[in-house]
Design a protein around this ligand. Sequence first.
Ligand code: BES
Ligand code: MN
Ligand code: ZN
Length: 508
Amino acid sequence: MTALTLSTAAAPGLRADAIVIGVAKGAKNPVVAPGAEAVDKAYGGSLAGVLETLGASGAEGEVTKLPAPSGFKAPLVLAVGLGAEPEKDAGYAAESLRKAAGAAARALTGTKKAAFALPVTDAADVGAIGEGVLLGAYSFDVYKENGKDPKERNGKAPLAEAALLGARPRDKEHKAAVERAVAVAEELNRARDLINTPPNDLNPEAFAAIASAAAKEHGIKVQVLDVKALEKGGYGGILGVGAGSASGPRLVKLSYTSSKAKKHLAFVGKGITYDSGGISLKPAGHNETMKCDMSGAAAVFAAVVAAARLGLEVNVTGWLALAENMPSGSATRPGDVLRMYSGKTVEVLNTDAEGRLVLADALWAASQEKPDAIVDVATLTGAMMLALGSRTFGIMANDDAFRSAVHEAAEEVGEPAWPMPLPEHLRKGMDSPTADIANMGERMGGGLVAGLFLREFVGEGITWAHLDIAGPAFNEGGPFGYTPKGGTGTAVRTLVRLAELTAAGDLG
Ligand code: BES
Ligand code: MN
Ligand code: ZN
């Protein structure tokens, strides 16, 4: 990953390949953002005009390259758009800085070292810029030409080094902000790697092994239930979904504990390493990206490890419900009835509604420890994508205040999310003549139906929220801001923020 440093050096004498500055959309013309004063001065104060001549407007994500002024050690200035200039006295929003830093880092692929002279007013800005750089510079190319170094195959390596200017290297808060950005971004990028890894290499067993190794490295207790253990425990949901695959399912429990913890959070992730639909097979056109169906488990894994690395004073348990949903002679059929870990029976009407089955067992397992709250994360329904599009995840909960708190946390970290209801009238659509409940209900409001199904497997009295990340988990379009093509790592930062808020006693 890109190396981050804090630097007090002045822009002119800086040994770097590029200097990144911010440009915002003013009322009429582009305006140079604070942080770039020295650069502007070297252009004789004409930088805004030069940028305008080059066609820059300051729009979000816009990148304009210009030769550095004479006397500068760095040869290139890169101006990145910050969007609308903030009102007088208001600073740039952290998310604007994060996106701009990410867009600049992407544009600097193939560059060795860049200095970032973006507007910084406080430690939060330092953290946002750091995060933006580290997340924007992400690339996944281990499968290209036998994993050769990109340079050897004429490709471009990600930005190797970023120096943040305007931050104070000896300021405790600034240093902590960078450390937090590095821990969160490293784990988030690892989640992206897992999501992008093809399903022939990432089956439940492989995912469990990676999670176990990382957990041990960071002092997290890990417990892996294999097929035998799942059978012994009666995990009918996870076993039913994994029944058709040559790679058996797993339930991974990651326990991070802090001696100073007063609260306990449980995170539960859907980890379908490939979703073919099973016997209710998905048609071509709907299965090409289904390696992303373990994005929820990847996010939970990343968040627990990040919480441990940050030493948060809260206990966090992560549950990864891992299975591959495949059709075969041993697969669950539409019409089968599964006896779930909770004891409830489920009539499987559609084997493609598998996420709720593995989550049901993991939610019930998580509930047995009576945590203060449970948050599950899942690429659960196409319906949620239809409702909210490909960049926003839906939040459902059995508690209105908690749903709002999760939404606020998501907003704070720059993850677009929106509250969704759990309308009681949709429950009866899942009534089954044979079992306690069916795994499918009305087609309309399919995302909410799935949420109502999950609610049945949350222990009595436990606060719970469900994040349906089917839209934002995997970016099929071009990269934007700090979001790459492919696995995005969505929800990781919301979960980490929830753990921080809980540790601080500001949640629940
Ligand atoms: N993994 C899919 C949901 C999904 C779709 C995620 C597109 C990301 C992109 C899930 O398992 C699924 O197949 N859901 C079905 C449920 C239906 C059969 C009730 C769906 O949404 O169509
Ligand atoms: Mn499915
Ligand atoms: Zn699925």
